[in-house]
Design a protein around this ligand. Structure first.
Ligand code: NAP
Ligand code: ZN
Length: 397
């Protein structure tokens, strides 16, 4: 029997000037907003001005927390939460990429709940301020998810390879779905090649991994296929990124922005698979952008999925991977070539470092439709950086 349990409470509004034109929705959220953003981009790309204009027209007030860094820390979200609380904010509005959106989600909880830093990732809470998301990158889909991915600086149990170092953790609750997501692709007009490509790879990895988890379902697959389709329609433009970012066609920016929100709707249902947990270590240790980190593992991970799925089936078929190829409109090898072109030269990795990481807990590995063993995770890491040949180790087939 088919099973479905689908929740996506975010109202998505897309279009030029969609914030100002729909400002009456903001008016219902209260008198004062905490605007959470990174240091520069929100003001440079026009999103901040549009938000302030809409709030002013509504007679609403705001305070600004513009110190969200890439990969926001628990320290940062407490600062933002305290600012929202001490300023009497009624709602939180995030402008930016996944980092400000994720920080805003945690701040919306901390503004009205007494939670200590040590409790942050374990506590159950039943209230949060309403959230509004204005994504200005097309990748994380945080505007349509209930996750806030944060760097836990209190971690001291050696989970990180640098013993006692920070780890990335998800802070998750249905209360963290934004009530509104405003998608205006004009804000992305100045996004450079690196951020455009790495965030597109993140969206693509959400849609792909969403097809390969234990929670994958009929609706998530419908959405994943459509998201993949939209991103693949932008592939040529991504591969031939124009010298001047503003020459990247607006219609493609829009497509990537929508594809990212749709891929967020996928992982909101399915979660992500092994590459997301594995990639966090590239980000924490090398500073690799989140989307690039996942994509570096894509070839080896998908090859492993294909071999494993075929090996485990009675008739050698592999419906998950063949479904993915259908969505991509090509065989995996052709797709891998495109991803390699987007990634360019790989980071320098050491065999010892990768082997050590494979021994760490990988939360999302358990969510993958076939759970990779520690040895298989090691192989995916090593193969991704040319330290071993492809294929499942004989003993594991
Ligand atoms: P980001 O860390 O939010 O932003 C990266 C950079 O892009 C920053 O320097 C930012 O500048 C700049 N930027 C943002 N918008 C811009 C624009 N329109 N024009 C020019 N520059 C712009 O990157 P991200 O990849 O979007 O987010 C990554 C984070 O999201 C990671 O922490 C990841 O773990 C998380 N994530 C969350 C989910 C979820 O469901 N919650 C899913 C996937 C990933 P400023 O700092 O000046 O703004
Ligand atoms: Zn991601």
């Amino acid at each position: 029997m088919m099973q479905l349990n689908y929740l996506m409470p975010t109202r998505i509004i897309m279009g030029e000037q969609c914030i100002f034109e729909n400002r009456s929705l903001l008016a219902q959220l209260g008198n004062k907003a905490l605007i959470a953003s990174g240091k520069h981009s929100a003001k440079a790309n026009g999103a901040y001005d549009d938000v302030v204009k809409a709030l002013k027209a509504n007679g609403q007030d705001c305070v600004v927390y513009d110190k969200v860094m890439a990969n926001p820390t628990d320290i940062c979200v407490f600062e933002a939460g305290i600012m929202a609380r001490s300023s009497g904010c009624d709602f939180v509005l995030a402008i930016g990429g996944g980092s400000p959106m994720d920080a805003a989600k945690a701040a919306a909880v901390l503004a009205i709940n007494d939670i200590s830093k040590e409790e942050l990732f374990g506590i159950t809470f039943t209230s949060a301020l309403p959230l509004v998301a204005v994504p200005t990158t097309a990748g994380t889909g945080s505007e349509t998810t209930q996750y806030s991915v944060l760097v836990d600086t209190t971690e001291a149990d050696g989970v990180s390879p640098k013993s006692g170092g920070p780890v990335k953790r998800s802070f998750t609750s249905p209360l963290l779905f934004p009530c509104y997501a405003f998608l205006d692709a004009r804000y992305m007009l100045r996004l450079n090649r690196t951020i455009t490509v790495n965030t597109a790879l993140d969206a693509l990895s959400h849609a792909i991994e969403g097809m390969l988890t234990l929670k994958t379902n009929y609706l998530s697959n419908v959405l994943a296929r459509e998201s993949i389709n939209m991103i693949m329609e932008c592939m040529d433009t991504l591969l031939n990124f124009p010298g001047d970012p503003s020459m990247f066609p607006l219609e493609k920016r829009e497509k990537l922005l929508l594809a990212s929100a749709v891929a967020g709707m996928v992982i909101a249902q399915t979660g992500t698979a092994a590459p997301h947990s594995m990639g966090y270590l590239f980000t924490l240790n090398w500073g690799a952008d989140h989307g690039r980190a996942n994509a570096q593992l894509m070839k080896s991970f998908l090859s492993w999925c294909r071999e494993k799925e075929q090996a485990l089936s009675n008739d050698g078929s592999g419906p998950r991977i063949s479904g993915l190829c259908k969505a991509l409109g090509m065989e995996l090898e052709t797709f891998f070539d495109l991803v390699e072109k987007l990634l360019g030269e790989r980071e320098k990795a050491s065999e010892a470092e990768l082997s050590a990481w494979s021994k760490l807990p990988m939360k999302n590995a358990a969510a993958t439709f076939i759970q990779p063993s520690q040895e298989e995770i090691a192989r995916i890491y090593l193969e991704s950086f040319g330290f071993c040949e492809s294929g499942i180790p004989d003993s594991l087939g």
